[in-house]
Design a protein around this ligand. Structure first.
Ligand code: ASP
Length: 336
């Protein structure tokens, strides 16, 4: 098993000088979790060149993580990525697109309390993630996909969202069932876990295009704000974070700005501000125009999966029609 340490609260210590939590040297982890040695799993730890608070995460570091997994893919049965919770859902989504034809577990986990704190959740999250990454079913890895394990639940990585910053149950997946629950035993939800693919070889594709943006709508949003986002020089794709089932204002100036952006060749992707349910363009009159003018419906995708998918699809293609076709189809189970 390869454990990739990227930073986050999991391995942080209190720095008296800055009076804040900062990442620490992970070589001390075995002193803090000696019970790891009792697991019947051969574990190797590796750290990113620079460990970070996950608020500093970016596509280049996603590429480094993907590269580590690629280089070690045939040496290990599974991978555990220790990551800050703040952007874990973005990273898990990004890696789900970067790691193509993945047939082994990549389990992201972290903690709400640093590992050195007596009540920490880091220990259980790490121990169970290791068990999940090592779990086999019919002689093959039980979870051959990118997932997040946190607070007794295993979630599909590109379906999860950080929903809680103080309770220990930090993550939820509103539109896709839990993949496994860890109680006295680990109960797998087999119908919802990705099936093995034997045909294609594992490969990575780390080309992401960051010329993207997110325009979150709110009642009272003004034309200047909409323009400032949509007219950003070089922008190739924007997520429109809409209301409810994908609805937006019907004021003529708003519709005009949307049509102008599409006319300039910007891909617009409609993702709801609601965590549960799905975007259905045309269900209400307030979303019909979006579909008519060429805004792409995000269905039940999360914002985290949507922005990483947009970066991925734009990174692979220059033809907007190909990008749009990819956005509405499921690449790695990110939408229903
Ligand atoms: N700020 C931290 C991070 O995301 C929070 C955490 O790890 O839970 O790196």
């Amino acid at each position: 098993m390869l454990v990739v340490y990227t930073g986050g609260t999991f391995g942080m210590v209190y720095d008296a000088k800055s009076k804040a939590l900062i990442p620490f040297d992970f070589s001390q982890v075995l002193e803090l979790v000696p019970e790891i040695l009792r697991l019947d799993i051969n574990i190797k730890f590796i750290s990113l060149p620079t460990v970070i608070d996950s608020s500093d995460m970016n596509p280049e570091i996603w590429g480094q993580m993907a590269q580590i997994i690629f280089e070690n893919y045939y040496l290990y049965d599974g991978f555990v990525v220790l990551h800050g919770t703040d952007t874990m859902a973005y990273s898990a989504s990004a890696l789900s697109f970067m790691l193509q034809n993945l047939d082994k577990p990549v389990i992201f986990t972290g903690a709400q309390l640093p590992i050195g704190v007596a009540r920490t959740d880091a220990r259980e999250n790490l121990m169970t993630s290791l068990e999940l990454a090592a779990a086999q079913e019919n002689g093959r890895p039980a979870v051959p996909e990118v997932a997040i394990y946190f607070n007794a639940q295993l979630l599909r990585g590109n379906r999860a969202k950080k929903k809680e910053s103080s309770q220990l149950n930090a993550f939820r997946s509103e539109n896709y069932p839990v993949l496994a629950e860890a109680g006295v035993t680990i109960e797998f939800n087999w119908p919802y876990i990705k099936k093995h693919v034997d045909s294609a070889p594992f490969q990575i594709n780390t080309r992401f295009d960051t010329r993207v943006g997110i325009l979150k709508l709110f009642p009272g949003i003004g034309r200047a704000v909409v323009r400032a986002v949509l007219e950003t020089p070089g922008l190739r794709g924007v997520i429109l974070e809409t209301f409810g089932a994908g609805n937006a204002p019907t004021e003529p100036w708003f519709l005009e700005e949307i049509a102008l952006a599409i006319g300039r060749g910007t891909v617009l992707f409609n993702v709801s501000q609601c965590d549960g349910g799905r975007v259905t363009q045309g269900y209400y009159q307030t979303s019909r125009f979006l579909g008519e003018v060429g805004v792409v419906s995000g269905g039940d995708i999360t914002l985290e999966a949507a922005i990483t998918k947009l970066m991925f699809c734009l990174g692979q293609n220059t033809d907007n029609e190909v990008v749009k076709a990819l956005l509405v189809s499921t690449i790695v189970g990110e939408l229903t």
